[in-house]
Design a protein around this ligand. Structure first.
Ligand code: DNO
Length: 389
C-alpha cells in the first residue's frame, strides 16, 4: 500500500512543539529549515548535519526542507543576484550531500504568506487564521498609504475598506499592522511601515511578466544543479493566490505552473501542492491539478479554507471548507499508486484548540490542531486506499 509520508513542520529548537510531540502525532518525517541562516547565504554542511542529527535522534527523518529562501536580490534581480544564485546552488549541493532531497521555496515578493487576523474565533471555540479583504485594503490605502493603491480596487471594495478603517481603534490598527508586517511563521522577512515602503519601491517596474522571467532565470540556473545531485525543488504557490499590495504574483493557478513546467521540463522543477493556497481561488480545480502535475508534485500541504463573496477566507477544519478533500486525496492516492512512490505531506496549519488555547504557539502551527487535521487526513487516506483494493 503506497501511502503519503506523514510529516509536520518543526521550527527548530525554539519551537514549543517538540520532535517527540511530532512523533507521537504519528509522523515519520519532519519538515524543517535553517531559519538562522540569512537569506542569500550558503547552508553549510555542518549546520545541516546538526539539524539532521537532532531530527534523527528523535527517531524521525528530515524529509523536506521548507524553505530554502530565495533572496529578494534574486526575485528583483538586483546587485547580489549572481552571488546569491551561486550560494543557492551550493546549498542544494550541500543538502544533497546530507541526503536531503526535497527542497521547498517560494517566489512571492517580500511578504511570503499574508493574513489579517491571527485570532479568528470559530463557532466551536477554537482559533483560526483569517484573511479579510476590507482589512487588507484598509491597511494598503489608509495605513501604508501606498501611492496609486486605489487603482487596484473597485469602488465597492474601497467603500468597504473605508468603513472598516473608520471603525478600527488604535489598537486594532497596531495589531493589523503587526500581522501584515512582522511576518508569519516561516516568513523570513519582517518590516516597519517605512521599510515596507522602501521595499515596495524595489518592485517598481517589475510587473507579472517580468517577475515570471526572473523566476525562469532562477530555475534555468538551479534546476540543472538540482537534477545533477538528485534533489527535487518544489515551488510553493502564492498565498493568497492574488496580488497583495500591488505586488506581482507568478504561481496562483494551473496555467502558471504549466508555464513553468513547459519552460523548464525537468521533473526536478517540482510543485509543493498546497490546497490551502490554490484553493482560495475557486476556479482552481484541485483534483484536476493533482492529475495534471502529478509527476512533479514532490510535497503536499493539505489545508482547507472557506471563502465568502468579498474575497475573505478563513482556515477551516481540514475536511471542511471549499476544497473537496476526499477528491483531492483520492487523486493523490491514484498518482502515488501509478508512480509507485510515496509523497511527503503535512497537515498545513491547524486551529489553536483545547490545551493549546492556554499556550503561546506559532500562529497556525500549534500541536493539537495539526494533530486533529493529520488524524482526519490519515483516516481519509486509509479509507480511500482500502476502497480501491
Ligand atoms: C505557511 C507556509 C509558507 C511556506 C513558504 C514556502 O504556512 O506554507 O510560509 O513555507 O511559502 O517557501
Amino acid at each position: 500500500m503506497t501511502k503519503m509520508i506523514q510529516t509536520m513542520r518543526w521550527f527548530g529548537e525554539k519551537d514549543p512543539v517538540s520532535l517527540s510531540d511530532i512523533r507521537q502525532a504519528g509522523c515519520t518525517g519532519v519538515v524543517t529549515a535553517l531559519h538562522q541562516v540569512p537569506n542569500g547565504a550558503i547552508w553549510e554542511i555542518k549546520d545541516i548535519l546538526h539539524r539532521k542529527s537532532l531530527v534523527e535522534k528523535a527517531g524521525l527523518k528530515w524529509s523536506v526542507v521548507e524553505s530554502l529562501p530565495v533572496s529578494e536580490a534574486i526575485k528583483t534581480q538586483s546587485a547580489d543576484l549572481q552571488l546569491h544564485i551561486e550560494n543557492y546552488k551550493q546549498s542544494i549541493r550541500n543538502l544533497a550531500h546530507c541526503d536531503i532531497r526535497v527542497v521547498t521555496y517560494n517566489f512571492m515578493p517580500l511578504l511570503d504568506w499574508t493574513r489579517t487576523d491571527l485570532n479568528y474565533k470559530v463557532a466551536d471555540g477554537s482559533i483560526a487564521l483569517r484573511f479579510e479583504m476590507a482589512a487588507l485594503v484598509a491597511f494598503d490605502l489608509y495605513i501604508l498609504k501606498r501611492v496609486g493603491a486605489e487603482k487596484d480596487y473597485d469602488a465597492k471594495t474601497i467603500q468597504r475598506a473605508k468603513h472598516r478603517f473608520e471603525r478600527m481603534s488604535d489598537d486594532d490598527i497596531k495589531l493589523l499592522q503587526k500581522n501584515i508586517l512582522l511576518g508569519l511563521p516561516g516568513s523570513e522577512e519582517s518590516f516597519t511601515i517605512e521599510q515596507l515602503r522602501t521595499a515596495l519601491a524595489t518592485y517598481d517596474g517589475i510587473d507579472r511578466l517580468k517577475m515570471q522571467q526572473h523566476l525562469l532565470y532562477f530555475l534555468q540556473q538551479i534546476i540543472p544543479v538540482a537534477e545533477s545531485c538528485g534533489v527535487n525543488m518544489v515551488i510553493h504557490p502564492d498565498d493568497p493566490p492574488f496580488s497583495v499590495l500591488g505586488l506581482p504574483r507568478v504561481l496562483s493557478n494551473a496555467a502558471d505552473m504549466a508555464f513553468l513546467a513547459a519552460a523548464v521540463p525537468s521533473l526536478h522543477n517540482g510543485l509543493c501542492f498546497c490546497t490551502g493556497s490554490f484553493g482560495v481561488n475557486l476556479t482552481n480545480n484541485l483534483p484536476a491539478m493533482v492529475r495534471q502535475f502529478g509527476d512533479r508534485i514532490h510535497f503536499i500541504h493539505l489545508r482547507n479554507t472557506t471563502r465568502n463573496a468579498n474575497g475573505d477566507f478563513f482556515e477551516d477544519n481540514h475536511l471542511e471548507g471549499d476544497a473537496d478533500m476526499y477528491l483531492v486525496v483520492s487523486e493523490i492516492v491514484k498518482v502515488m499508486k501509478q508512480q509507485k512512490r510515496s509523497i511527503p505531506m503535512r497537515p498545513d496549519h491547524g486551529h489553536q484548540m483545547l490545551d493549546d488555547l492556554k499556550k503561546t504557539t506559532y500562529p497556525g502551527y500549534s500541536a493539537i490542531g495539526r494533530l486533529r487535521g493529520l488524524a482526519e487526513l490519515r483516516g481519509l487516506e486509509l479509507a480511500i486506499i482500502r476502497n480501491m483494493h
